[in-house]
Design a protein around this ligand. Sequence first.
Ligand SMILES: C[S@@+](CC[C@H](N)C(=O)[O-])C[C@H]1O[C@@H](n2cnc3c(N)ncnc32)[C@H](O)[C@@H]1O
Length: 286
Amino acid sequence: MHTENKDRTIPGVGASAHVVNCFRAKYPNISLDRFAHLWISKPAEKLAKKYLKEVGETEDLAHCLRHHFFLERLQEFSIGARNRVFINIGAGFTNYPHLISTRIPCCEIDKPNITKVKQQRLGELQSANKLPHREITFIPTKDLDNPSERRKLFNSLSQWMDSRQSFVLMEGVAYWISQQSTDSLFKHLQQIQTAGSLLAINAFKPSEANKAMFHRLRKFSENVYGIKNFSPNTINERFHEHLSSYELIESANYINLSKQIDASKELDNQESVLEEDCYLLRKLMR
Ligand SMILES: C[S@@+](CC[C@H](N)C(=O)[O-])C[C@H]1O[C@@H](n2cnc3c(N)ncnc32)[C@H](O)[C@@H]1O
């Protein structure tokens, strides 16, 4: 388990949500996030530029591609049957509830400092008609790496879900939490997701950890986000085979997504891309 630096001048893991949002705003035609620009601040922009320089220039595009992939899958899910819900774990400053065409109940989970800022700014943006109004339930959680916090979270979540079919997204989160916590999150989700529900997640394969870019990202996480003793997590690409009661229905990675989505911005050099794989799993019977 890592520890965050308590020095308030160092941004902490929540800063990663600001950085990723700046990336989505850079290529809205690829990310399909036409609202990302609303959340940008000057310090976030500066941090995002520093990230691209120190970690790698392809990272902005890569983050747009994964958002595009998840948004399309969520859009399909939301226009399906009635009584479906969307849950975003580690939601950051994403705008999924405002981007899908069908209003479904949405729940966003993140650290209290993120949910607080987001709720407040959301109110301002909706009042100013810059964002359409959406009902979002926020569940702050102090630390997904903490077993008792996870138990509290899933008690609240299972009450909120109330046996409805769900689309659970964990985008850009697996990297930050331990393998043990990830396994535990999957077990909790197994308990509360009903048959036909979806689980969408992206993660680095263990082989990505050998890339120079991965080392640069770890250093950036330590030195700039201020995460002490950080040991980033990777997930074996066959993890779903050990995940009982889910079937893998789709997977994609940044290199193949770039070919499909915008050939003019194709990512082709593996060494210059930190390849995270995106997975979509369907819940079978319990
Ligand atoms: C890279 S950001 C991704 C945000 C958003 N999903 C996106 O793709 O834009 C990682 C998010 O995970 C949250 N996070 C990371 N570690 C966490 C932990 N241990 N407990 C709760 N949230 C955590 C951060 O606060 C942050 O919002």
